[in-house]
Design a protein around this ligand. Structure first.
Ligand SMILES: Nc1ncnc2c1ncn2[C@@H]1O[C@H](COP(=O)(O)OP(=O)(O)OP(=O)(O)O)[C@@H](O)[C@H]1O
Length: 251
C-alpha cells in the first residue's frame, strides 16, 4: 500500500455562520501531487492553515508522518518537515536571495545567533541554502537583492526556502498566481521533479498546471470535498462539472 504522509480526518471549521470546512478527510501519499481546487471562498486556504497549524480545527485531526499533530503549532510542524509556500510572499525583499534561503535554513533548525552576519558565516546553514538555490535554479542570483527578482524567480525562491527544511511534505498555496505562461511552465517543471522527494498538497487556480501535474485532485465546494480522483475522473465527474468546471468552461 502507498505510504500516507499527511492526512486530515473529519476536519471542520466555522467562522460564525460560515462553515468553511465540513468533515474534510483527505490524504497525501508519498510521491504524489495532490491538487485542491474549488471556487473562490470554497475553503482551500482555511484547510491549508489547519494543516499547517495556523488555525485550530473545531473538530477533526491532522496526522503527519503517522503522528497526531493537531495540537502542535506551525513551527513544530515545520521542524517535523512540513514545508510551505504562501499565497502572499513571505520573503524579506531587502535581503539577498542567499540571505532569505539561509534564514529559512535557520528557522528550520533553530540555533542561537546574536548577529545576522554570524548566521551568514555559518557553513552548515549556507551550504544547505546554496543547495536549495541550486535545486530551483537560482544559484547565479544568490547575491541579488530579492526585490530585484522577477515574480517567477520569487516563487522559485519560496520553493528554495521551503526546501531548506529537508521537507517530508509540501503545502503550496497558489504558487502559479501572477506568473505568465513562461513562469508557470518553469515552475510546473520544478514541482514535477519535487514530488519524488516530498509529496505536494497544491492549492492552485491555474487549471492547466493542475491537470498537467496532479496525480489526484480533490474538489472543494462550500467547505466540502465533493470528489477526489485522477484528472480524467475529475473531468468526467458530473457533480464537479456542474459545481465548478462547467462554470469555468462557460466563462
Ligand atoms: N478569518 C476568517 N474570519 C471569517 N471568515 C473567514 C476567515 N477566513 C476565511 N473565512 C471565510 O471562510 C470561507 C472560506 O475561505 P477561504 O479563504 O478558505 O477560501 P478559498 O477557497 O481559499 O478562497 P480563494 O480561492 O479565494 O483563496 C469564506 O467564506 C471566507 O470568507
Amino acid at each position: 500500500m502507498t505510504e500516507v504522509v499527511l492526512q486530515t480526518r473529519g476536519i471542520s471549521k466555522a467562522f460564525g455562520a460560515v462553515q468553511a470546512s465540513t468533515e474534510i478527510s483527505l490524504d497525501l501519499r508519498a510521491g504524489e501531487i495532490h491538487a485542491l481546487i474549488g471556487p473562490n471562498g470554497a475553503g482551500k486556504s482555511t484547510l491549508i492553515k489547519q494543516i499547517a497549524g495556523n488555525l485550530a480545527p473545531d473538530s477533526g485531526t491532522v496526522q503527519f508522518l503517522g503522528r497526531d499533530v493537531t495540537g502542535l503549532g506551525t513551527v513544530a510542524r515545520a521542524r517535523m518537515g512540513l514545508g510551505r509556500t504562501f499565497q502572499i510572499s513571505a520573503l524579506a525583499m531587502e535581503h539577498t536571495v542567499l540571505q532569505n534561503a539561509v534564514l529559512g535554513a535557520l528557522g528550520a533548525r533553530g540555533g542561537v545567533f546574536r548577529f545576522f552576519r554570524d548566521v551568514m558565516r555559518n557553513r552548515e546553514l549556507t551550504e544547505v541554502a546554496m543547495q536549495a538555490l541550486e535545486r530551483v535554479g537560482l544559484q547565479d542570483q544568490a547575491a541579488t537583492r530579492t526585490a530585484e527578482l522577477s515574480h517567477g524567480q520569487r516563487r522559485q525562491l519560496e520553493v528554495a526556502v521551503a526546501l531548506t527544511l529537508g521537507p517530508r511534505a509540501f503545502l503550496m498555496d497558489e504558487p502559479m498566481a501572477g506568473l505568465g505562461a513562461e513562469g508557470s511552465k518553469h515552475l510546473t517543471g520544478l514541482l514535477d521533479g519535487l514530488r519524488a522527494e516530498a509529496p505536494i498538497l497544491l492549492v492552485e487556480h491555474d487549471m492547466d498546471a493542475v491537470f498537467a501535474l496532479a496525480d489526484r485532485i480533490s474538489v472543494l465546494v462550500y467547505g466540502r470535498v465533493i470528489a477526489t480522483g485522477t484528472g480524467p475522473e475529475i473531468r468526467a465527474n458530473a457533480e464537479v462539472r456542474q459545481a465548478y468546471l462547467g462554470a469555468e468552461d462557460a466563462a
